[in-house]
Ligand binder design. Structure first.
Ligand SMILES: *[C@@H]1O[C@H](CO)[C@@H](O)[C@H](O)[C@H]1NC(C)=O
Length: 469
C-alpha cells in the first residue's frame, strides 16, 4: 500500500528529531519561569448584547433566519476554530503513525471518534534521542543550555530520556485532548480577543502581544499536558535563551524580528518548512478574514516569520496558498473550487499533480463512501502526495482531502486521521478549512465532535461566548 518505505522512514525521522537532542536534554540548573496566568478582559456590554443576539440566532435554530453576511462570516470563523481543534484531537492518538495498519492494530479498528492515546507508540523515536539526525545547522557550534524539562515541557523530560520503550508523543492525554500546537492556536485567539477586540490594533502590536503570551504559555509549568513539542518551538526557545530570555512584548518582537532577519538569509532549517507552521497561523487568517486577501496574507506571513525564520521560498508560497483558500472560503467561496485551484497551482506541481488527484479521486469514487476500500485509496493517495510534515507533500495531501470532502467535514477529518502520518497538524489546518466551508454554508458541525473535545473545550466555549474572534 505504501510505496517507498525507506523514504517515508527517513521523512519521519526528519520531522520529529532535531540536531543534538542530547544537548537539549541536559539539565544543569532550574530556571524559574516568570509567570502569571493571563486574564481575559471582560467584553463591553454592547458587545455582549450583540454577541448574545448573534449566538441566539445561530445556536437555537437550524433554520438560519436574519443572517446577514457579517453573521455568516462570524459563523464560519467560529466553525473554523472548532474544526482546527477537532481535526487535531481526532488524530492525536495516532499522530505520526506512518504505517496506517498500525492504527487498526493498536486501536482494533479505524478510528471513528475520539480515543485516548496508548502509552507506547509503534514508531516513536522520542526516546532514541542521542542518535537523532541533524535538524539544523549551527547548533553544535553554540554553547547549549538546557531546554526540555527546564524551560519548556517541564515535567516531561523523563519521557524524552526514557530508553525503555517507544513512548507515545502524547502519552497521558485523554480522549479529545488537543496537542500543543492546537492549544497554542487557541491561545493566539484568546490573546487577539483580549488585546484587539475591535480589530484596530496595529498588526505589529498584535504580533508582539501574541508572542508574549506564547512565551508565557510555553515557559509556565502546568499550562498544558503535551509531552512533545516540534522543532520550531525548540529552535525558538534555544535562541530565546541565547538572547537573554526577553519577556516583554517589545523585547520579544525585537528578538524574533532580528532572528528572522538573520536566519532567513542563512541556510534553511528544513525542520521548519512543515505543516505544523500552519496551526498557529490560522487565527491570523480568522482575525483578518474581513480584510482584503492581500492583508490576510501579509498579516499571517508576518507572524509566521517570527516562529519560522526561513528563506522566503521555503514556506511562504505554501502558506500564501493556504491563507488565500481559507480567506476565500470564510467569505463564502466554494471549497471544492478553491481546493481544485490550489491543487493546480505551480506551487504544488501544477497539472501533473492535478492529474494524479483526478486519478485517485475517480478510483475512490468506485467504492462506497465510508468503506474500507475507499479509505485504502485515500491512504495510498496521501502516501503518494506526502504523509510526513514536509510542506509541499503535506499541503498537497491536505488540499486533496479538502477537495474530496469539501461538503463532509466529519468524513474529511476522520479520513485524515486514518491515513496516519503527520495527521495532527495536517488535520488542524484541514479541519479549519472544512469547518469554515460548513460554517459559511450554514451547515452545523457534528455535535458529537464538539461535545467530545477535551482539554480545549471549556476555554473554546468561553472564548466564543465572549468574543467575536
Ligand atoms: C492535565 O491533565 C490533568 C489530569 O488529567 C488534568 O486534571 C488537568 O486539567 C490537565 N491540564 C491541562 C492544562 O489541560
Amino acid at each position: 500500500m505504501l510505496s517507498g518505505v525507506s523514504a517515508i522512514v527517513t521523512a519521519r525521522l526528519g520531522c520529529i528529531t532535531t540536531a543534538s537532542l542530547v544537548s537539549l536534554l541536559c539539565v544543569t540548573k532550574v530556571q524559574v519561569a516568570a509567570s502569571a496566568t493571563p486574564t481575559c478582559q471582560r467584553p463591553r456590554l454592547t458587545e455582549v448584547i450583540q454577541r448574545g443576539l448573534t449566538t441566539q440566532a445561530t445556536d437555537t435554530s437550524n433554520t438560519m433566519i436574519f443572517t446577514s453576511p457579517m453573521d455568516k462570516l462570524s459563523e464560519a470563523k467560529q466553525a473554523s476554530l472548532w474544526g482546527l481543534l477537532i481535526g487535531d484531537a481526532l488524530s492525536m492518538p495516532v499522530h505520526w503513525y506512518y504505517d496506517a495498519d498500525d492504527i487498526k492494530r493498536d486501536y482494533g479498528k479505524w478510528l471513528t471518534g475520539y480515543v485516548a492515546p496508548r502509552k507506547q507508540h509503534p514508531s516513536s523515536i522520542m526516546s532514541l534521542s542521542a542518535t537523532g539526525g541533524s535538524g539544523r545547522s549551527g547548533f553544535s557550534t553554540r554553547r547549549e543550555e538546557p531546554l526540555i524539562g527546564n524551560v519548556i515541557l517541564h515535567d516531561k523530560l523523563q519521557y524524552w530520556t526514557n530508553r525503555g520503550g517507544s513512548v507515545h508523543y502524547h502519552q497521558g492525554m485523554s480522549a479529545g485532548d488537543s496537542t500543543l500546537n492546537a492549544l497554542c492556536a487557541l491561545k493566539v485567539c484568546q490573546t487577539m480577543t483580549r488585546v484587539d477586540p475591535d480589530n484596530d490594533l496595529s498588526p505589529r502590536d498584535l504580533r508582539s502581544a501574541v508572542l508574549a503570551d506564547y512565551v508565557q504559555f510555553l515557559t509556565t509549568p502546568g499550562t498544558h499536558n503535551d509531552t512533545y513539542a516540534e522543532s520550531f518551538h525548540r529552535a525558538f526557545f534555544r535562541d530565546w535563551i541565547q538572547a537573554g530570555k526577553p519577556v516583554t512584548k517589545d523585547g520579544l518582537i525585537d528578538f524574533a524580528e532580528k532572528r528572522h532577519e538573520e536566519q532567513s538569509a542563512g541556510s534553511a532549517d528544513s525542520q521548519l518548512a512543515v505543516i505544523g507552521a500552519f496551526v498557529m497561523a490560522v487565527p491570523f487568517v480568522l482575525h483578518a478574514a474581513h480584510l482584503s486577501e492581500a492583508e490576510a496574507v501579509r498579516n499571517t506571513v508576518d507572524f509566521v516569520r517570527l516562529t519560522h525564520p526561513l528563506p522566503p521560498h521555503h514556506l511562504e508560497p505554501f502558506l500564501e496558498l493556504y491563507v488565500k483558500v481559507l480567506h476565500a472560503v470564510l467569505n463564502g467561496a466554494s471549497l471544492q473550487e478553491k481546493a481544485a485551484e490550489a491543487l493546480q497551482s505551480p506551487v504544488l506541481g501544477g497539472s501533473g499533480t492535478w492529474k494524479r488527484v483526478q486519478t485517485f479521486s475517480s478510483e475512490a469514487a468506485g467504492y462506497a463512501k465510508g468503506s474500507d476500500s475507499r479509505l485504502s485509496v485515500y491512504q495510498e493517495a496521501v502516501g503518494r502526495f506526502g504523509l510526513a510534515c514536509y510542506i509541499k507533500g503535506s499541503l498537497t495531501s491536505l488540499f486533496f482531502l479538502a477537495h474530496e470532502f469539501h461538503d463532509d467535514m466529519e468524513g474529511g477529518v476522520l479520513t485524515n486521521t486514518n491515513v496516519g502520518g503527520e495527521n495532527c497538524h495536517r488535520g488542524a489546518a484541514l479541519g479549519a478549512l472544512l469547518a469554515a466551508a460548513a460554517g459559511s454554508t450554514g451547515k452545523p458541525l457534528p455535535q458529537g465532535l464538539k461535545d467530545g473535545l477535551g482539554s480545549a473545550r471549556t476555554d473554546l466555549m468561553a472564548l466564543l461566548a465572549n468574543s467575536k474572534l
